[in-house]
Design a protein around this ligand. Structure first.
Ligand code: FES
Length: 64
């Protein structure tokens, strides 16, 4: 699913950047992909994906 249509960035790409590159904020996401730098409509959804991915990651670490 596309989150940022202006830059063609998907939810999977954002989740991957959080997991593999340690992205933890929309500011970092903007620096990496340009997410939110044009119309800005994707910011809230991008933030939700960052939050959900971080929560999933921390649950996974506790279990393992
Ligand atoms: S949809 Fe992301 S900046 Fe427009």
């Amino acid at each position: 699913m596309y989150v940022c249509l202006c830059h063609g960035i998907t939810d999977k790409a954002i989740a991957k950047a959080v997991r593999e590159d340690g992205i933890g904020s929309t500011r970092e996401l903007r620096a990496k992909f340009g997410v939110g730098s044009q119309c800005g409509r994707c910011i809230q959804m991008a933030q939700d994906i960052i939050d959900t991915t971080i929560i999933d990651e921390s649950l996974f670490k506790e279990v393992s």
